[in-house]
Write a protein that binds this ligand. Structure first.
Ligand code: 13P
Length: 221
């Protein structure tokens, strides 16, 4: 179908578990599959499936220096072609739209493609939230190598999904502002993936990407 199917493993899987998982799926060129493992499993993942199928779940916005515990986009580029930026679980910790904008620019400067996550929390106005997150997150960025992931916060890890019509609305709102591919994330499973895929350019899968059998069904759609 030639869609983007991205797996966000969050804080799960050792490198050994990652290797076991990858042995059980087959990545064809039917869809663009990108795996976002933890930093510690990234070298193993990258050596099995290649940098062009691998991504980091986060990057820092400086290239190098005295930033204990941070990982720079240049370091990530050794192993991966993609960086996930602005996930709501990181926004909830401490990342502002301004920090996210800095990370997007730094990632692009290092030659990474960026998967920028945006989405409203329950009770927030969707379009207003998306407009602000996109404007600040993409300030000074080159839209060419950006994929936007629309992930309504209320749909993440809850089993609640946005309806296909709501996703379609959000996708066209985003596309009217930016010339980027737009994918959907939030409680995607092997059973609902096809419906979601019919209204966007791909999927960002969390929980359901941890199980090789389930994920295989999604990437083979
Ligand atoms: P779930 O698929 O577990 O809801 O997570 C979605 C997500 O956060 C992907 O980045």
């Amino acid at each position: 179908m030639n869609k983007i199917i991205a797996a966000n493993w969050k804080m799960n899987k050792s490198s050994k578990e990652a290797e076991d998982f990858l042995r059980r799926i087959e990545i064809s060129d039917k869809n663009t599959v990108i795996i976002f493992p933890s930093f510690t499993a990234l070298p193993a993942v990258s050596s099995i499936i290649g940098r062009h199928h691998s991504g980091a779940q986060n990057v820092f916005y400086e290239e190098k220096g005295a930033y204990t515990g941070e990982i720079s986009p240049v370091m990530v580029k050794e192993f991966a072609d993609y960086a996930l930026v602005g996930h709501s679980e990181r926004r909830a910790l401490w990342e502002t739209d301004e920090i996210i904008g800095k990370k997007v620019r730094a990632a692009q400067n290092a030659g990474l493609k960026v998967l920028l996550c945006v989405g409203e929390a329950g009770g927030q106005d969707r379009n207003r939230t998306l407009e602000t997150q996109l404007r600040k997150g993409l300030m000074g960025a080159n839209e060419k190598n950006i994929v936007i992931a629309y992930e309504p916060v209320w749909a993440i890890g809850t089993g609640l999904t946005a309806k296909a019509a709501e996703i379609a609305e959000a996708v066209s709102f985003i596309k009217a502002l930016h010339k980027c591919s737009v994918i959907y994330g939030g409680s995607v499973t092997a059973s609902n993936a096809k419906e979601m895929l019919s209204v966007c350019d791909g999927l960002l899968v969390g929980g359901a990407s941890l199980d090789a059998e389930g994920f295989r069904k999604i990437i083979e759609l």
